[in-house]
Ligand binder design. Structure first.
Ligand code: HEC
Length: 226
């Protein structure tokens, strides 16, 4: 559409100008962001047209789901007595986190994983692309997440990686090798997930969204699920 400026009332011109200025500011913000850290855009108020991130609807729902899973673990880990950790405690910490990841995957058609170089459960070994993401997080301590266009098991889609950081409350089970709870020593003979310090890179969340996945529903964010 082409307007001569006299066709447009003055207040409309002002509105169009403001909208353009705002649009440019958003685009500029996305470029400096470089798809690197999506945490600030979880509110859904940012528009990305760049090739390093998927459409906003996917981006927002994945970031929100991962944030929900991560916060759930942090909260659960601070709710027990670190001097008395038993298998029952585990039932209340990392097990519900795994269940939550599974239910997010079932509801969405995504692949939702928590992977680690130093893994405890051998099912959480890094694949080759996730290993690259792990090295990237290791050499860029400030980077918390990024997107990648990729294929997984022959399917094309977007993959989101988000770092998992060790907190003081994790050390009861991921601290010194000898002080690991008995149920871990007995239950995970190939355990590598110990000797961490607070602040270390523990591993990463990896969420793959196949191009064929259904449009994410926006009516009930995962963070609000029971
Ligand atoms: C009560 C003990 C306990 C606490 C506390 C705990 N974890 Fe774990 N964690 C485990 C066990 C056991 C597993 C293996 C779960 C499985 O079999 O899938 C695990 C698995 C994981 C995994 C999946 C990757 C892997 O190595 O298998 C991550 C990531 C992880 N924990 C991070 C954390 C973080 C971060 C914290 C603190 C916020 C934490 N854990 C606190 C016991 C614990």
């Amino acid at each position: 559409m082409i307007f001569s400026s006299s066709d447009i009332p003055r207040h409309t011109r002002a509105t169009v100008f403001l909208a353009l200025a705002f649009g440019l500011a958003v685009v500029a913000g996305c470029q400096t962001d470089n798809g690197g850290d999506d945490d600030t855009s979880a509110s859904g108020d940012s528009v990305s047209t760049s090739a390093v991130a998927p459409p906003d609807s996917i981006r927002t729902s994945v970031v929100t789901a991962v944030r929900g899973i991560d916060q759930m673990r942090s909260q659960l880990a601070t709710t027990f007595d670190p001097d008395n950790v038993t298998a029952e405690t585990f039932e209340r910490v990392c097990k519900p986190v795994g269940r939550r990841a599974k239910s997010v995957a079932q509801d969405s058609g995504w692949v939702v994983q928590q992977l680690a170089e130093k893994y405890r459960n051998p099912a959480h070994t890094l694949d080759s692309i996730a290993a690259q993401a792990h090295s990237r997080f290791e050499s860029n301590p400030q980077e918390t997440s990024f997107w990648r266009r990729t294929t997984l098991n022959g399917t094309e889609g977007w993959r989101y990686f988000h770092r998992i950081t060790v907190e003081p409350s994790c050390l009861a089970c991921h601290g010194p090798k000898e002080s690991r709870p008995d149920f871990i020593k007995a239950g995970y003979p190939d355990d590598k997930a110990y000797d961490f310090d607070s602040g270390d890179l523990r591993g990463l969340y990896a969420v793959f969204v196949p191009d064929a996945a259904p449009e994410p529903s926006t009516d009930r964010p995962d963070s609000e699920r029971p």
